[in-house]
Design a protein around this ligand. Sequence first.
Ligand SMILES: *Cc1c(COP(=O)(O)O)cnc(C)c1O
Length: 353
Amino acid sequence: MGFATDAIHVGQEPDSATGAIVAPIYQTSTYVQQELGKNKGYDYARTAHPNRKALERTVAKLEGGSAAFVFTSGVIRLTTQFLAQWGLEFSFVDTSSADQVERAIKPNTKMIYVETPTNPTMIVTDLAAIAKISATHNATLVVDNTFLSPYLQSPIALGAQIVVHSMTKYLNGHSDSLGGAVILTRSADAEKIYFLQRSTGAGLAPMDCFLVSRGIKTLAVRMKQHDANGETVARYLEDHPHVKCVHYPGLPSHPQHAVAVRQQRGFGAMISFDVVTLDNARKVLNRLKLCSLAESLGGVETLISHPATMTHASVPAEVRERIGITEGIIRISVGIEDVEDIIADLDQALRAI
Ligand SMILES: *Cc1c(COP(=O)(O)O)cnc(C)c1O
């Protein structure tokens, strides 16, 4: 079956007890046992519940994995402050350079973790090239596929062993729940992650699973419109006299445009653009009417943010400058409203400069 069909039917079968086309929300903590040692597949909701199982089947299918687990959040951002306490070491590398990745590998390197395109600078990593390096060094390649969704990019097909998502963003798509997913290809990994899920209590709750499952049904049509609107807005911004530069992999001016064309099925709707100063950014953001000034991304509504003072405020200023998150950078998650309305709002706001 095609992607759109799978998104609507895999894990989304009618309820077997009643025939309801949409499976109910199993808002229950425990399941009654028929007799000691005999149940209908569920015993306690931390361990597993039908809404979570259903959503896990859907995301595993869409990413081409063999198993998936869904959590209350978009995962492993815990590196330096949390996991380091258990003796894990991390090196931060510009993964758009395969040479730098190769040089950063140490004898104890076990995993290469890549986000592409990056938030918010939209730098693209050549996944097939990094997968090759990773395989040579017996490392596991993990890819955060949040920005493009499985509709526009398939990291497992390009050589990744694990894909992660903040389902809070495009997979849900309606800005009404949080959620994270880990999609796996090796059964040994699945056993470890399932143990973690059921023992930490971080598995996603029934109502949130229901909302993400509902959102995923329209992933294909939403991503088509996001992709079209994103490209139109990026071209508008690139031609604007008050915009110094636009970071969007779909523009021929993007440094990794060729890589994006090769490994993505579209360019998505995440754009960042530079209005040079904090003062200019503030003027533009404060004048927007349709576009909402808010963190998060990937919803049907256009969301706009200022990374240096919002999402990336905790990154030290000198690191922010070095990786290109300057005070004039504005990030936009282009929604699926009529694109003329989005552009009209940006146009009136940019006149504030
Ligand atoms: C939002 C986001 C996360 C964090 O996910 P939460 O759902 O907020 O926990 C991780 N990676 C990317 C690329 C994101 O956009």
